[in-house]
Design a binder for this molecule. Structure first.
Ligand SMILES: [Zn+2]
Length: 146
C-alpha cells in the first residue's frame, strides 16, 4: 500500500499508542521505500524488552535491514513522531537512510554540534534530508504521555 507522508506519520502515532499501551515510551517509526511501500515498522520497546537502545527508530531499522538482508537503507524514508535522538541519528546515518520526517521535537535539545544526523562529514553516506512538523500537534500530545 502506498503511503503518503501524512499516512506514514499517522501510522507512527498509532505505533506510539501501542507502545504506551504496552508500557513503553510513546514513539513509533515507519520506514518506507521510494514507491511509498512500508518496508518496516517499529515502536519503542525500552521497558518491555529491558533494552534502553530499543527506540522506535532502532526497532524499525533492525526490521528493515533484516527484511532486506543488508545494512544499506539508501533511498528509504524514515518517519517518526519524535525527533531522533543522538543514538538513533548515528544509526540512521550508518544505514544511509535518505530522508527523515519527524513530528515534533522530543524535548531534549541536542547540544552536539555538528550533529550526526545533518553533519555532511559524518559517516560514509550523505546526510538525509530532514523535515519536521508533520502532525506536530498530535506528536506533541502523545509525547506528553511519557
Ligand atoms: Zn532514539
Amino acid at each position: 500500500m502506498k503511503q503518503s507522508d501524512t499516512e506514514a506519520m499517522q501510522r507512527c502515532l498509532n505505533l506510539a499508542k501501542e507502545a504506551v499501551d504496552a508500557g513503553d515510551n510513546p514513539f513509533g517509526a515507519v520506514i518506507v521505500d521510494a514507491e511509498g511501500s512500508i518496508v518496516a515498522e517499529g515502536r519503542n520497546r525500552e521497558n518491555t524488552q529491558l533494552d534502553v537502545t530499543l527506540h522506535a527508530e532502532i526497532d524499525a531499522i533492525r526490521q528493515a535491514t533484516s527484511a532486506r538482508g543488508e545494512n544499506c537503507l539508501r533511498g528509504l524514508t524514515l518517519y517518526t513522531n519524535g525527533q531522533p535522538c543522538l543514538m538513533c541519528s548515528v544509526a540512521i546515518r550508518r544505514v544511509g537512510i535518505s530522508r527523515v520526517v519527524y513530528g515534533a521535537p522530543s524535548g531534549q535539545p541536542s547540544r552536539v554540534s555538528p550533529h550526526p544526523l545533518t553533519d555532511p562529514d559524518f559517516g560514509q553516506s550523505p546526510p538525509p534530508s530532514v523535515e519536521s512538523g508533520l502532525l506536530a500537534e498530535e506528536s506533541r500530545k502523545i509525547q506528553g504521555r511519557l
